[in-house]
Design a protein around this ligand. Sequence first.
Ligand code: GLN
Length: 487
Amino acid sequence: MLNLSLKELGALLAARKISSAELTRAFLDRIEALNPALNAFITVDPEKSLEQARHADARRAAGDAAPLTGIPIAHKDIFCAKGWRTTCGSKMLANFVAPYDAHVIERCTGAGLVSLGKTNMDEFAMGSSNETSYFGPVKNPWDPAAVPGGSSGGSAAAVAARLAPAATGTDTGGSIRQPAALCGISGIKPTYGVVSRYGMIAFASSLDQGGPMAKSAEDLALLLNAMAGFDERDSTSLRRPPEDYARALEAPLAGLTIGLPREYFAEGLSEDVGRAVEEAVAQYRRLGAKTVEVSLPNTRLSIAAYYVLAPAEASSNLSRYDGVRYGYRAPEYTDLADMYGRTRADGFGPEVKRRIMIGTYVLSHGYYDAYYLKAQKLRRLIARDFAEAFAQCDLLIGPTSPTVAFNQGEKSSDPVQMYLSDIYTIAVNLAGLPGMSIPVGFGKEGRPVGLQIVGNYFSEAKMLNCAHQFQRATDWHARVPAGIPAI
Ligand code: GLN
């Protein structure tokens, strides 16, 4: 059952070969057995999951089942889910039980998907290695010495170890694509505004976007069908006609023009990742695609722009954690100001504090023009680079991450080194474009390599088609880490 796709699981459920309760139980048993070593989940609540599964079975018995009804998935612990503890990987929210559902959770529940629990993540989604979580680091199922990537590392590890058939994630600067790459799974960050941010705990609101993580592009398409949709409670949610993201999966790639951004194959790309990506490019040529070299000259500015803008927005978004309304409150204090100070000093970890300090600094009088405004201008230049590239090609491909998964502890004392692991993913968020990652081989020490596919606005169906055709011709996406027991 380990490698069954969402479609295959749906067919088993539809044929009554298995019930949702049985399927959910099987995954819960795996989580119980394997999660202590991986730490991919922060919260599991088998009773709640099984209740949802029984409800899905009843829906099916009543003839009211949708294609995914009864399939269990995992949710990143950034999505508020009514009655579930929702921590965002932080001590600040360690005891917070959400009183309402995020739009993504509502949509998944509406589709009949069952929740297996909440997955581990970097604190407030700030990180690239899952080491900033208050709940401890997640281990990479391919090698426990390696990080799973971040911030959606719990979701990526859960899917890679087959603890869940698929999962939700969020991506502000690469947090779906980079952990997908480092764990050998597939993930897509849609165009900004396609998935509602309502109930998705805010990090940097102009960049944050939810999306699916799964074993294959086909599964991503089906889960994105469930997750996407207009929601008036998110002012940047886009009112567009619903689309079927799986509609173009089978289209042949002949005639497709793929752009290879020169800057993504330059200095800084490790040899093993470069080699696997080159082989994937060759595979695309065999599938009938044409490749052209393009340039994204402002790529080198994207990390600097992002690490001004994202902290600026974060410093504002995180001001709500003041110990008054909800979340952690310091147990002892003298007056109100002291209560705020102690609450935030104890409740936030070092990376979150670093971002709040950078953010308040760049927004302060006298520095706003020099940093924040300047970064906004760079953001426009970066978006323009992509517009020019898409005049010459349909999609862009390149590496998702410059290296395979690094070791736990290797970069955690050097924030700049950590930030550089987002070099290929961040510009996509700054431009608001859709981006995805699929596994295309293995690099040093047998660790997975991800290929990034970037499309123009609203070209998710075409990107998924491009990824699916690759996955029909190769089997990298079907590989399971050694030592992961079958069911
Ligand atoms: N690694 C990046 C950061 O630390 C991106 C995180 C994300 O996409 N949530 O901000």
